[in-house]
Design a protein around this ligand. Structure first.
Ligand code: PGA
Length: 256
């Protein structure tokens, strides 16, 4: 049985003060004894340490939104996997659509990052997802296959055990338009079949596939209720406890 992962991607939002306050509120509702649902928050780099401190004593994990693939050295402006671990991170989001489409990251770059993360002891949340034009022209599965092949090239099964996949249709991110539960389930099922072919069917059953794209309290339960949806990567609704906690509650209800 896969354990739900509810992850908050704060993107380039919050201040040190508001981020610490939000982390404190989440820590209060996700005690160390939390078992059914795993909760993760990914604040901006400068707030990792302060947010991590606010999470002490809770079961909320800390993650980063990106990492560079090289070991520490002369790479101005970048952040290494070792540094993220040193700051208490357990996870790192990689290949988010904003990294792909705003910063121009390719599958080859994302692959190097995935390999550096899992090789360096961080779990990677590898994001994949099609543009609206790609969905409209019937290319969704082809795009997902390409991003999976690219992102996981050279990643062994043992390494892939440290990978979570996030299906995030680009047209649903920050738009208020959510994929229907059927659209999400169909993409997730496709991704799981891809994992079964690339690794083994037994292994594919263990990999968590999150859905991301305008997840909110009122659609979380139906999305998470789909057989192949194992959690959510939440942007906008993760910025307030009042909108994020109900998503955790929906997962708790389904896992009870
Ligand atoms: P959203 O963002 O929930 O604001 O749509 C999701 C994401 O980009 O991870």
């Amino acid at each position: 049985m896969r354990r739900f992962l509810i992850a908050g991607n704060w993107k380039m939002n919050t201040t040190r003060h508001s981020g610490v306050a939000l982390a404190g509120e989440l820590a209060a509702v996700v005690p160390q004894a939390e078992t059914g649902v795993e909760v993760l928050v990914c604040p901006p780099y400068p707030y990792l340490l302060a947010v991590g401190e606010a999470l002490v004593g809770s079961a909320v994990h800390l993650g980063a939104q990106d990492a560079y693939f090289e070991a520490p050295g002369a790479f101005t402006g970048e952040v290494a996997v070792d540094m993220l671990r040193d700051c208490g991170c357990r996870y790192v989001i990689l290949g988010h659509s904003e990294r792909r489409h705003v910063m121009g990251e390719t599958d080859a770059i994302i692959n190097r990052k995935v390999r550096a993360a899992v090789g360096g002891g961080l779990a990677a949340v590898l994001c994949v997802g099609e543009l609206l034009s790609e969905r409209q022209s019937g290319q969704t599965e082809e795009v997902l296959d390409r991003q999976m092949e690219g992102g996981l090239a050279g990643v062994s099964e043992a390494e892939a055990a440290q990978v979570v996949i996030a299906y995030e249709p680009v047209w649903a991110i920050g738009t208020g338009v959510t994929a229907t539960p059927e659209q999400a389930e169909s993409a997730h099922e496709h991704l799981r079949k891809w994992l079964a072919r690339r690794y083994t069917p037994a292994f594919s059953e263990k990999v968590r596939i999150l859905y991301g794209g305008s997840v909110k309290a009122d659609n979380a339960e139906t999305l998470l209720g789909q057989p192949n949806v194992d959690g959510a990567l939440v942007g906008g609704a993760s910025l307030k406890a009042s909108t994020f906690v109900p998503i955790i509650e929906a997962a708790r209800k389904l896992s009870a």
